[in-house]
Ligand binder design. Structure first.
Ligand SMILES: [Fe+2]
Ligand SMILES: [Fe+2]
Length: 497
């Protein structure tokens, strides 16, 4: 490339090119020189600089080289690794009726919204009806037409919530029969505390009595999971959980991910444990996508969406064929952003379609692994829950707490409209099955807990921290791999950083 051309390229953009930097650029192949020139202009415009100096250019070239390396994974050579999982029969099935793939019927009509909310109310009411109470149940219509002040239980949906100027909380509560204002009095500390936990659009049971036009709330209950012993399985198999790879991003930690792939092949730490990994579950944000957030392009090393999935497929070729891989999408992936999301379209996964050990599911999805039910959900609603619930202020640091709130509500995305939801005839976001394991991601922070017998796992990320995440208050924990032993329930976390 000629120096004159480069000098013009920079001057047209109001930047200066130092002669030493120009000389260095001219030594590069044309494609690389242009890429470096564009990256330099981007860097200068973001940092408010005017001159591309030789040292600055060297730093940019280094950055580009490591990003290029991350985008071109070296294939891991399989060894003669004698993994116990090779001899383990696969015990994996999918609850397809709970996966929206190929079942989306929504046209956005009013009827769609009505049947979506009716289904949510009906399903959640079923869980609430299982809660013990001495009280009689009343519909809102019945309550409105009665003069009785006796305490009753009403099940409905929170359609509005506001603080009155006197310090009370007023909630509009509705069921199929009607709607009624419910008062959480400022003089009742317990009731006010409950009001703080209420989310818009969620279905709960309220205990209280009628006073004039109001229902005075004394207590509230959520659908909840039953308390039970954690279920284990009669197998030596292990499940590895990952999410949020963000392949295509220049922050994807390709080398660390390759070390994880080597580990799966018996080349790394904990060889015995690696050999028992029979299942690998991936909960979305496989790639970084294109145009997901403003000025994302500057942070991509692979700017073509098909290529991003090809790089991912190439990485996956190194997963041993005795490992069953289940992949569901996230908000960065090439599928509709509104939940529930169907599986990744085959045009993006064609290199993996013929592999018998690769399975693509929607988001959310229920997977049966060794007889244990695993709920996989990307976790996109987590942002809205953290913003809405004062008790979840530290939700980005402790995502497992957010997972507990979802399980308690038996719903993956209680607030309608904060994150896009497609009003399908059935509400796929209702947790209508008690999961043994709940796997999610999205916040790039590992987190674990046991909630009423359900093991919650947030599998973190394989992307380093971006400026955007820092601004959002995220505290990523990249390259930490949770591995679950189904026989003992022990959770091991391996660090590949
Ligand atoms: Fe992510
Ligand atoms: Fe995400």
């Amino acid at each position: 490339m000629q120096e004159g051309y480069l000098a013009k390229f920079f001057s047209e953009r109001d930047y200066l090119l130092e002669p030493a930097a120009a000389k260095r650029l001219c030594e590069l192949p044309d494609g690389e020189a242009m890429q470096a020139a564009e990256a330099s202009v981007q860097f200068l415009s973001q940092r408010g600089g005017f001159v591309l100096t030789r040292p600055l250019l060297e730093a940019i070239l280094e950055d580009l080289a490591s990003a290029r390396k991350a985008a071109q994974p070296a294939l891991v050579q399989k060894t003669g690794f004698d993994a116990a999982a090779k001899r383990m029969p696969s015990n994996l099935s999918f609850k397809e009726d709970r996966d929206v793939t190929l079942k989306s019927t929504c046209t956005g009509s009013l009827e769609d919204f009505v049947s979506y909310f009716n289904d949510r109310l009906t399903q959640e009411r079923g869980f609430l009806r299982n809660r013990q109470t001495q009280l009689t149940y009343a519909t809102i219509q019945k309550l409105k037409s009665s003069d009785d002040r006796k305490t009753v239980r009403v099940i409905g949906m929170v359609s509005d919530k506001r603080h009155t100027k006197n310090g009370h909380v007023l909630v509009e509560f509705e069921d199929e029969s009607g709607s009624m204002p419910c008062l959480f009095s400022k003089n009742d500390k317990g009731a006010l505390e409950l009001a703080n936990q209420l989310l818009l659009d969620e279905v709960i049971a309220l205990d209280g009595f009628k006073s004039g036009e109001l229902f005075i709330v004394k207590d509230a209950s959520w659908p909840e999971l039953p308390i039970r012993e954690r279920r284990l399985a009669d197998s030596d198999a292990c499940i590895a959980f990952i999410s949020d790879l963000h392949v295509g991003s220049k922050f994807f930690m390709g080398e660390n991910f390759e070390n994880f792939l080597k580990f799966l092949n018996g080349d790394g730490p904990e060889e015995e444990l690696a050999g028992r990994i029979k299942y690998l579950l991936i909960a979305g944000d496989i790639t970084d996508g294109i145009g997901v957030y403003p000025r994302q392009e500057a942070q991509l090393v692979t700017k073509d969406i098909f290529e991003q999935y090809e790089v991912f497929a190439k990485l996956m070729e190194a997963v041993p064929d005795w490992v069953e891989v289940v992949i569901s999408p996230g908000n960065h992936d090439a599928v509709r952003i509104a939940e529930p999301q169907p599986r990744l379209p085959k045009e993006f996964t064609k290199s993996l379609e013929n592999k018998k050990n690769f399975h693509f599911v929607g988001n959310p999805a229920y997977v049966e692994v060794e007889g244990l039910s695993v709920l996989m959900y990307h976790g996109t609603s987590l942002d809205a829950l953290v913003a809405a619930l004062p008790s979840l202020r530290s939700g980005y640091q402790s995502p497992e707490k957010v997972g507990e709130e979802m399980l308690r509500r038996r719903h993956l995305c209680p607030i309608y409209g904060e994150k896009p939801i497609v009003p399908e005839k059935k509400d796929y976001m209702v947790i209508d099955f008690v999961p043994d394991l709940f796997h999610f991601g999205h916040v790039h922070k590992n987190g674990y807990s046991n909630y009423r017998g359900t093991t919650i796992i947030n599998s973190g990320t394989w992307q380093s921290t971006t400026d955007y995440q820092l601004r959002q208050g995220h505290v990523p924990t990249p390259c930490q791999l949770p591995v679950y032993e189904v026989r003992t329930g022990a959770l091991r976390v391996l660090d590949f950083k």
